[in-house]
Design a protein around this ligand. Sequence first.
Ligand SMILES: Nc1nc2c(ncn2[C@@H]2O[C@H](COP(=O)(O)OP(=O)(O)OP(=O)(O)O)[C@@H](O)[C@H]2O)c(=O)[nH]1
Ligand SMILES: [Zn+2]
Length: 344
Amino acid sequence: MSHFPAQPPVSEAILGWSLYFEDQLVSGERHLLRMRIATVHRTKLIARSPSGTVRLRLSDGTRTSGFAVGDWVLVAPETHLLCRRLDRRTLLQRHGGGGHVTQLIAANVDTLFIVTSCNEEFSPARLERYLALANDAGTTPVVVLTKIDRATDAESFRLQTEALQRGLVVLMLNATAPEAAQTLAPWCGVGQTAAFVGSSGVGKSTLLNTLAGKSAQDGQATGPVRETDAKGRHTTTSRSLHLTETGGWVIDTPGMRSLNLGGLSTGLDELFEEIVDLAPRCRFRDCTHAHEPGCAVRAAIEAKTVDPARLDRWRKLCDENRKNTAVGTGPRGKRVMKLPDKGR
Ligand SMILES: Nc1nc2c(ncn2[C@@H]2O[C@H](COP(=O)(O)OP(=O)(O)OP(=O)(O)O)[C@@H](O)[C@H]2O)c(=O)[nH]1
Ligand SMILES: [Zn+2]
């Protein structure tokens, strides 16, 4: 029924299999095939196995929305029936906003390449959202600054980016140059998985094609499956897993325009460490760093060791996260807060 272009055979190690997943197998599961979800559609799941790509058979009632690109699954050898999803090492997920639906972006991702350009597209506030997402998912964020060939002040973009999180790796490149693959190669080694996020036009597809050794014609521009949305428009909705020339995997994440934060645990603390670290030195344990005497954060702002804009954005993101973490029900304007449903 479905036809797929021939895929080169790969080993399980290249596919990203590790002890973390091996340890989850129970007796009676060793004969099952181990595959990684390559694309998630509304009614079907496509998986990558060491020998190629297959469409999985799903038992009645299986909802594809519970799976993410990059997931490891166990599959019956002959029938290709999906038996079980293994626990994820990392999970990138997006909050729907308004407190409701969480959308799975990708699973078992080691590195999140956050792509932005050295031009007016650059926004510290947007980068912080992606960083919080990466931190919370357990993935390593790497910011990729593109279009350095068109910028006269690329260095200032690098400095601004490095100030966003302690120890943050920032790469600078021209996405259209072949050397770009070399710059990203340390995060794309055998068995490693990376995902790309960023606004439209920053160079994600260009980088993905370079890493996967594809030309623009057979690459990402024509790669994703197009589906028709509710308004009859064609939108690129599917994320997919691509093998890189260095033995790693990259996942593109089309259609991520806005990024609402919600349900985060430690992601924001890691991002705003310079502020969080100071709080225990404030006179009051519940200091809001707004007007209280003896506030260590305000003192640091006075001393110019903390950027006041960071304090503002930290507050805003914490508020947003808090608001979206509890699900609002009841009529508008009179919100009854309740905790998110169990087992989601
Ligand atoms: N000069 C230069 N052009 C670039 C660079 N990065 C991307 N471009 C160009 O910018 C345009 C958009 O790049 P894409 O790779 O399609 O951007 P994208 O992030 O995949 O965008 P979407 O598919 O809309 O999400 C293309 O014409 C690229 O050739 C760069 O570093 N330097
Ligand atoms: Zn304070």
